[in-house]
Design a protein around this ligand. Sequence first.
Ligand code: ADP
Length: 259
Amino acid sequence: FDVSCAPILDQNERLRGIVVVFHDITELKKLEKMRKDFVANVSHELKTPVTSVIGFTETLLDGAMEEPELQDKFLNIILSESKRLQTLISELLELSKIEQEHFEIKWEHVQMTELLDDTIMVLTEKAGEKGITLTDSTKEAGIALGDPQRIRQIMINLITNAISYTSAGGKIQTEIKNMGDGVKLIVSDTGIGIEPNQIPRIFERFYRVDKARSRNLGGTGLGLAIVKHLVEAHGGRIDVASKPGEGTTFEITFKKPIA
Ligand code: ADP
């Protein structure tokens, strides 16, 4: 609590009472802590790859360059850590843009079935390389209200995650479905799944169920935070169903244009 006091005086400046105001700042403190945690997380996430780029470059300059095998290995690490930094920076900028108060959706009628088809075309190769089949089982055209570029981003993030957290031989299925109250985008995988108590946390910035695993897969822990913000900006809803060891289904419901 934040406490402030003020005396109540009468005409003769005599003390008649005291006003004490208790201001509940729990929410403010919570926000402040979240901001501090976020800054600490960002610094840590940025420092890790930078430290490794500097370290490996110094080792190369100190003589490792003479050994072709080491040189190759170290240069590859430097390249992948630099790419990691690049992804991290662009996702951070993206998140900060969509978290701004005046972030606005450019409302359009979005052909969801076509948009999903286009997105799948881009990601089929990536799934194939991992030995995963990516299929779409949409049977109807669906029109949602929203920003096609942003909805595409939601599709990419969800399908990319499905590819990341599914092993070779697994399957990913997508679908656009018309519902009474909106249009649904469904992304379902036969991957590692998520423990029920972890589900509410996966939308937090930088939260990862298994940090090392996500990092090895090139994850930043920001993808679902971006999805959550974008879905909220669309006035939509996210449902997650998952069974550890069996798979996960994300369902996003978007608004439909008024008929
Ligand atoms: P990351 O960059 O780590 O993938 P995200 O914000 O996209 O970050 O996701 C947060 C965490 O949620 C992931 O690290 C992972 O633990 C979990 N997760 C997301 N999608 C899936 C999925 N389809 N199957 C299993 N776990 C998932």
